[in-house]
Design a protein around this ligand. Structure first.
Ligand SMILES: NC(=O)c1ccc[n+]([C@@H]2O[C@H](COP(=O)([O-])OP(=O)(O)OC[C@H]3O[C@@H](n4cnc5c(N)ncnc54)[C@H](O)[C@@H]3O)[C@@H](O)[C@H]2O)c1
Length: 332
């Protein structure tokens, strides 16, 4: 039974906990300790050791836990992950990995140096869309990909935007382009590799927030792709999410219209195949299970290497540079 602790116990841990509860029932892992500077967040802990300071947690849990799940605000990821790795813990840290590529590289170097496992919780790599997309990319029933489009709007208006202060400060979260859109930048990299260059249009809608809306063209040697995303759409009455890959002879698409999910493949004759899995997939549970499985077996996290997560930060930073320069093409 692997022993795990949370550092940061805010909203995203609500998505992680059901996975840990399932793993505990299976005798695979147990959450034993929690750290959050806000004692109110720790009130929901019914069993386990609790801390309000990261230093105390790292000192008190050294040698007691195998791994930590870092769910702190983004600006604290790099420092906390490096200190946890150096204290001997395996580390899963929430996305985005860090605010800068340099910090992300430091995290990778520390994992190498300490021999501990580091994985970034880029949960979309563990979605059912990715499972199918990888099959279509590997087996090529529709030929090669020619274009792809991804859209991720959280429909947060100026009235219902993220309430916790750090999210809407560019210096702390990187804005929606880093916080939200990184999911699609990372999925694109996982499926198609590093783009040759990017060109981005983006808007600063919420004061102080950084880019709250963005649209990027990604250029590859034999295809291009488009991503749009953000958290400043006033109201999104049609859909908030789209993942689509167009191949030479068909496409796969995953979207939601009026609450109904459409997840299917369509060949060049218009023949449709429903790709919706029989059982709903919890991508958070999958990512935790995968991370802990790699820790248990002493294997590298090859499905989601931290070096690729760092490259996703580099991609988004290039997009920000492009947006700062009115869509100038930035080569990676
Ligand atoms: N994978 C996803 O789909 C997804 C979704 C939401 C958020 N996230 C990411 O997860 C991270 C956390 O987001 P959240 O929504 O849970 O934020 P949050 O603000 O709800 O939670 C952060 C928690 O960290 C605690 N904290 C802050 N500073 C601390 C410190 N110095 N020491 C100890 N505790 C401290 C806060 O009290 C808070 O409870 C962010 O990087 C965010 O981008 C990922």
């Amino acid at each position: 039974m692997l022993k795990v602790g949370f550092i940061g116990f805010g909203s995203i841990t609500g998505a992680h906990l059901p996975g840990y509860q399932k793993l505990a029932r299976e005798g695979i892992a147990q959450v034993e300790a929690y750290c959050d500077q806000d004692p109110l967040m720790l009130e929901k802990v019914t069993e386990g050791r609790v801390y309000t300071a990261i230093d105390d947690f790292l000192e008190g849990e050294r040698g007691r836990l195998d791994a930590v799940d870092i769910c702190l605000p983004t600006y604290l990821h790099a420092d906390a992950a490096i200190r946890a790795l150096e204290a001997g813990f395996h580390v899963m840290v929430e996305k985005p990995m860090a605010l800068t590529y340099a910090d992300a590289q430091r995290m990778c170097e520390t994992a190498q140096k300490t021999g501990r496992t580091l994985m970034v919780a880029q949960c979309c790599r563990f979605s059912d869309f990715m499972t199918e997309a990888k099959k279509y990319m590997a087996r090529r029933p529709f030929g090669r990909p020619i274009t792809a489009s991804f859209k991720r709007d959280f429909g947060r208006s100026l009235a219902n935007r993220p309430t916790r202060g750090w999210f809407t400060q560019e210096a702390l979260s990187g804005g929606a382009i880093l916080d939200v859109h990184i999911h699609d930048a990372d999925v694109m990299q996982a499926l198609f590799g590093m783009p040759v260059s990017v060109s981005t249009g983006a808007m600063k809608v919420i004061p102080g927030d950084g880019y709250s809306l963005c649209a990027t063209n990604y250029y590859y040697p034999s295809m291009f792709a488009q991503c749009t995303g953000g958290w400043a759409i006033a109201n999104n009455s049609v859909y908030g999410r789209l993942s689509r890959i167009d191949f030479e002879y068909g496409h796969i698409i995953d979207t939601t219209v009026d609450g109904k999910r459409i997840f299917r493949a369509c060949d060049y004759k218009g023949h449709l195949t429903d790709l919706t899995p029989a059982e709903p997939v919890d991508m958070y549970e999958r990512e935790i299970r995968y991370f802990l499985g790699c820790v248990e077996r002493g294997e590298p996290v090859s499905e989601n290497p931290p070096e690729q997560s760092a490259q996703s930060i580099r991609i988004v930073r290039a997009e920000i540079e492009s947006a700062d320069n009115r869509g100038m093409c930035v080569t990676l």
